[in-house]
Design a protein around this ligand. Structure first.
Ligand SMILES: *[C@@H]1O[C@H](CO)[C@@H](O)[C@H](O)[C@H]1NC(C)=O
Ligand SMILES: *[C@@H]1O[C@H](CO)[C@@H](O)[C@H](O)[C@H]1NC(C)=O
Ligand SMILES: *[C@@H]1O[C@H](CO)[C@@H](O)[C@H](O)[C@H]1NC(C)=O
Ligand SMILES: *[C@@H]1O[C@H](CO)[C@@H](O)[C@H](O)[C@H]1NC(C)=O
Length: 438
C-alpha cells in the first residue's frame, strides 16, 4: 500500500526535527489528524513554526515598498511562494478574521495558514509544505493559480471558506496527500483534476455543489478517507465501488440512485465506516454486505432499498451502528442480526419506517433495551406501527428480492461478551456536520 514515495516522506519527516509535520506521511499522525479534520471548527493545525523549521528565526527585514528581491528571502522557493501568495491575496474578497493581513514580509513561513517544511528532494530548503485555511471564511473566485503553484505542498485544507471555481490541475504537486476543499461553493461535475493524484490518501469534497456522476477511477485511488456527502451527485455508483481501499466513506445526502454494487464484497477487509444515508438508492440489499467484517458503521438509512435483510448481516461482528431505517424492507428481522448485540458489538439497530412483519426471537430484548427501533413497521399487535391499510397496500405487491438464508461465517458461541466500550465519536457521522461559513 505505501508507495516508495510515501516511505521516503516518512523517513524524511522523521529526520526533520521541526514541530510541523506537514510532510509527515507517518500513518499515526495521519490517523490522529483524520479525526481532527472532520471536527466542526478549525482543525488542530500543525503548530505554527515561527520559522523554527529551518526557516531563519532572525527578524524579517521590513518589507519595503519596492519590489522584493530574491535575496531578501531565506531561499528561492520561499521567494516564489511569496509571489504566488501575494497574487492570491489580491483576489481575496472577504476575510472576516483579517488573516491576509499577516501575509506581509519576506518570511512566508510565518504567515497565518502557511506551514513550512523541507521537501524530500531539497534538503535544507524549507518552504511552504502545508496550507491550512480551515475555518478562515475567506472568499475568492478560484484557488487555481494558487494551490497548484505551490509545488512542495503536502496538505491543502480549506474547509469552510467561500472558494468557488474549478479544482485546478494538481499533478505538479508530487507530495500532495491530503486535499480538503469541503464546505465551499465549488460546483460543476466531479473535479476530475483529483483523479491523477496517485499519492492522495485523504480527499474531502463534502458540502459543495458538485453534481452528476462520480467517475469509476476514484475507487482505484489508494485513499483512506473519501468524503463526498452533501453534494448533488445524482447517478448510479460505478460497479467498481468495492475496489476502493478506503476506511471511511461518506456518500450521504446526495441523490445517488440505483443499487449498491455487489463489488462491496471486495472492501471487506478495509471498510470501517460507510454512510450511504439519505440518497435514492434502490434494489435489494446485496448479500455481500455481510462480508464487511471490519465495518463498525453501516448506514443506508432513508433510501429505497427493498427486500428482506440477508442473513449474511449476522456476520457483521464489528458493527456498532446499523441503520436501515426509512426504506422498503420487509419480512422478518433475522434473529441472527439481533444476536449481534450479544455476540458482536451492535449498539444501535435502526429499522423504523420499513415494512417488517415479524421479529426474530432475540430482537424482543433489544427493543426493551432501546437498542432496536422498529417503530412504523407492520408488526401485528405492536405499538407505533403503520396503519394496516398501508401495510396491505405495500405487502400485496409482488416481491422480487431473493431470500438469502445462508450465513457465510462461523457464528460465535453464545459466550457472554464483556460490555462494549462506550461509543466513540464516529468519523463519518462527524462529517455530516456543517460548520458556519459566514
Ligand atoms: C510566533 O510569533 C508570534 C509573534 O512574534 C508570537 O505571538 C507567537 O506566540 C509565536 N508562536 C510560537 C508557536 O512560537
Ligand atoms: C459565502 O457563500 C455563501 C453561500 O453562497 C453566501 O451565503 C455568503 O454570503 C458568502 N459569504 C460571504 C462573506 O460572501
Ligand atoms: C472483486 O474481487 C473479485 C475476486 O477477487 C474480482 O474478480 C473482481 O474483479 C473484484 N472486483 C472489483 C470491482 O474490484
Ligand atoms: C441510533 O441510530 C439512529 C440512526 O442513525 C439515530 O437516529 C439514533 O439517534 C441512534 N440512537 C442512539 C441511542 O444513538
Amino acid at each position: 500500500m505505501a508507495s516508495i514515495g510515501r516511505t521516503l516522506l516518512l523517513l524524511l519527516s522523521i529526520l526533520c526535527l521541526c514541530v510541523a509535520t506537514s510532510f509527515g506521511a507517518c500513518s499515526q499522525a495521519r490517523q490522529e489528524r483524520k479525526a481532527a479534520e472532520v471536527s466542526d471548527g478549525p482543525t488542530a493545525s500543525p503548530s505554527q513554526t515561527n520559522g523554527s523549521c529551518g526557516c531563519s528565526s532572525s527578524p524579517a527585514p521590513s518589507p519595503s515598498t519596492s519590489e522584493p528581491n530574491p535575496n531578501d528571502f531565506p531561499n528561492l522557493k520561499q521567494y516564489y511562494a511569496y509571489l504566488v501568495i501575494q497574487q492570491f491575496k489580491q483576489t481575496v474578497t472577504c476575510d472576516p478574521d483579517g488573516v491576509t493581513a499577516t501575509w506581509v514580509g519576506y518570511r512566508p513561513c510565518t504567515y497565518r495558514g502557511f506551514y513550512c517544511d523541507t521537501p524530500p528532494d531539497s534538503p535544507g530548503t524549507p518552504t511552504i509544505a502545508s496550507v491550512d485555511f480551515n475555518g478562515f471564511r475567506l472568499c475568492a473566485p478560484t484557488v487555481a493559480g494558487f494551490v497548484d503553484q505551490l509545488p512542495d505542498l503536502a496538505l491543502f485544507h480549506a474547509n469552510s471558506n467561500n472558494f468557488s471555481g474549478p479544482i485546478p490541475d494538481l499533478t505538479g504537486l508530487p507530495y500532495l496527500y491530503e486535499l480538503d476543499v469541503s464546505n465551499n461553493i465549488h460546483s460543476g461535475p466531479f473535479p476530475v483534476a483529483v483523479l491523477p493524484l496517485s499519492n492522495l490518501v485523504f480527499l474531502d469534497l463534502r458540502y459543495n455543489l458538485f453534481a452528476g456522476t462520480v467517475p469509476a477511477s476514484i475507487f482505484f485511488l489508494d485513499l483512506d478517507v473519501l468524503f463526498l456527502n452533501n453534494n448533488n451527485f445524482n447517478q448510479q455508483l460505478p460497479a467498481n465501488l468495492g475496489s476502493s481501499p478506503v476506511a471511511y466513506l461518506t456518500l450521504a445526502n446526495n441523490g445517488f440512485t440505483g443499487p449498491l454494487p455487489r463489488s462491496i464484497f471486495n472492501a471487506s477487509r478495509t471498510l470501517v465506516e460507510v454512510l450511504f444515508l439519505n440518497n435514492k438508492f434502490s434494489g435489494c440489499l446485496p448479500y455481500e454486505i455481510g462480508s464487511l467484517t471490519t465495518a463498525t458503521v453501516f448506514d443506508v438509512g432513508f433510501n429505497q432499498f427493498t427486500g428482506p435483510i440477508p442473513w449474511s448481516f449476522g456476520c457483521l461482528l464489528k458493527v456498532e451502528q446499523l441503520n436501515l431505517a426509512g426504506n422498503l424492507l420487509y419480512g422478518e428481522v433475522p434473529d441472527v442480526v439481533c444476536r449481534l448485540a450479544k455476540d458482536g458489538n451492535l449498539a444501535n439497530l435502526s429499522l423504523s419506517g420499513n415494512y417488517f412483519t415479524s421479529l426474530g426471537h432475540s430482537c424482543w430484548d433489544l427493543i426493551k433495551r432501546k437498542v432496536l427501533d422498529v417503530r412504523q413497521n407492520c408488526i401485528p399487535w405492536f405499538p407505533e406501527q403503520r396503519r394496516p391499510v398501508e401495510c396491505w397496500r405495500f405487502l400485496w405487491h409482488r416481491k422480487f428480492c431473493p431470500f438469502f438464508h445462508y450465513i457465510p461465517c462461523g457464528l460465535p458461541k453464545c459466550a457472554p461478551k464483556p460490555a462494549a466500550p462506550p461509543p466513540p465519536g464516529y468519523t463519518t457521522y462527524k462529517a455530516l456536520h456543517q460548520p458556519p461559513r459566514n
